[in-house]
Write a protein that binds this ligand. Structure first.
Ligand SMILES: [Zn+2]
Ligand SMILES: [Zn+2]
Length: 390
């Protein structure tokens, strides 16, 4: 089959689907419109469809004509709580919600890939599972409940692949790497409680702001002094709340932060050290310390042989020179959970286009994708399946 030509003939439908999802974004697990549209589309193709997997996920199963392995393709369906700032005909019709990460494109690409593969059922030796996942943007995420609902079994998944449309890369390129591609993304919160009082008499109070400030600067020394310079870690305090007026020492200070790491051992070391520093500063500054740390998505690890397969698919789709080895991203992705259960690979499909003015970063209210990237994503899905099952 001439895959490229066949997909290009479906480009209008593909863009139409993407724009429809874009105009009616839904968030977290609350995706009634999106999941219904996905399920109806898959049913029309004649696939076995399961709804309500992991609360609101949808799974379509294509059984090929011959028995063989089972490969899973995953798309996330959720949008973000952002007001769209773009002035485009397909602008979000829902106030306060926007597809600002490209998941509208992921959903559309996987539907059209399901269509193309269904039309070539006779050439498929094995099964293809199309997994449409809710709530990627909001940890603990939708992948875990889908796995708990058995998405990796019946039939057992032998290989898993997922795409992220990616505006840091230009349309016409594919990027991935073996090993860690995306970071473990954890969060912590900390409350220091001192003793409030008059700003002019600090010796009669216990100041939680001074203690909390010490904490913010001290934890950075974990990254610079305790993690190898050749390894990576990020500690960001994103919220620091304390005090009401300029001349009063408040009772407490509350901090919220995120930790990103690329190795499990670094992750547990950083976690341990942040807590020790918080408690140590609490003791040194005479403030009561309440500390919570929550593990989020784990490190996303790509299997080397599966990355090779993606590269091969990439060469056939965009040419060898456009298949790039990218650096790991410190962003998190719950695709990581599927890749703990089955070998596979996650990869980026370039989606920015300077000439069209499509350059905004992910999660920006100006985010958009170059729709010319969509057929490339479909072709990558189709080719990875054919290569994996052959
Ligand atoms: Zn995102
Ligand atoms: Zn995303």
């Amino acid at each position: 089959m001439d895959i490229k030509q066949e997909i290009l003939s479906l480009k209008d439908e593909l863009i139409g689907l993407r724009r429809d999802f874009h105009m009616y974004p839904e968030t977290r697990f609350d995706l009634p419109r999106t999941s219904k549209k996905v399920a109806d589309y898959l049913r029309n193709l004649g696939l076995e469809v399961k709804e309500g997997v992991g609360k609101s996920g949808v799974v379509g199963l294509l059984r090929g004509n011959e028995n063989g392995k089972t490969v899973m393709l995953r798309a996330d369906m959720d949008a973000l709580p952002i007001d769209e700032a773009n002035d485009v005909p397909y602008k979000s019709r829902v106030k306060g919600k926007m597809h600002a990460c490209g998941h509208d494109g992921h959903t559309a690409m996987l539907l059209v890939a399901a269509k193309v593969l269904s039309e070539h059922k006779d050439q498929i030796k094995g099964n293809v599972k199309f997994v449409f996942q809710p709530s990627e943007e909001y940890p603990p995420g939708g992948a875990k409940p889908m796995i708990e609902d058995g998405v990796m079994e019946n039939p057992h998944v032998d290989g898993a692949f997922g795409i992220h449309l990616w505006t840091p890369l230009k349309t016409g390129t594919i990027g991935t790497r073996p090993g860690a591609l995306m970071a473990a993304a954890d969060k912590f919160d900390l409350k220091f409680t001192g003793k409030g009082g008059h700003g002019a008499y600090p010796h009669l109070s216990v100041d939680p702001i001074v203690a909390a400030s010490q904490f913010v600067t001290s934890v950075q020394s974990i990254v610079s002094r305790e993690v190898s310079p050749l390894d990576s870690a990020v500690i960001t305090v994103g919220k620091f709340s304390s005090g009401d007026v300029f001349n009063v020492i408040p009772e407490n200070a509350v901090l919220f932060g995120t930790v990103r790491t690329l190795k499990e051992e670094t992750r547990s070391k950083v976690r341990k050290r942040i807590e020790e520093i918080a408690r140590g500063i609490g003791a040194a500054f005479r403030v009561k310390c309440e500390f919570n740390y929550e593990n989020g998505y784990p490190v996303l690890i790509n299997d080397e042989s599966m990355v090779e397969l993606v590269r091969k698919a990439g060469k056939e789709t965009v040419g060898a020179g456009n298949v790039l080895e990218v650096e790991p991203s410190m962003g998190g992705e719950d695709m990581a959970y599927y890749l703990q259960k089955a070998k596979g690979a996650f990869y980026f499909v370039g989606a920015s286009n300077e000439k069209k003015g499509i350059t905004a970063p992910h999660h920006s209210p100006y985010f958009d994708i170059d729709e010319d990237a969509l057929p490339i994503g479909v072709e990558m899905h189709v080719r990875t399946v054919l290569l994996f099952l052959s």
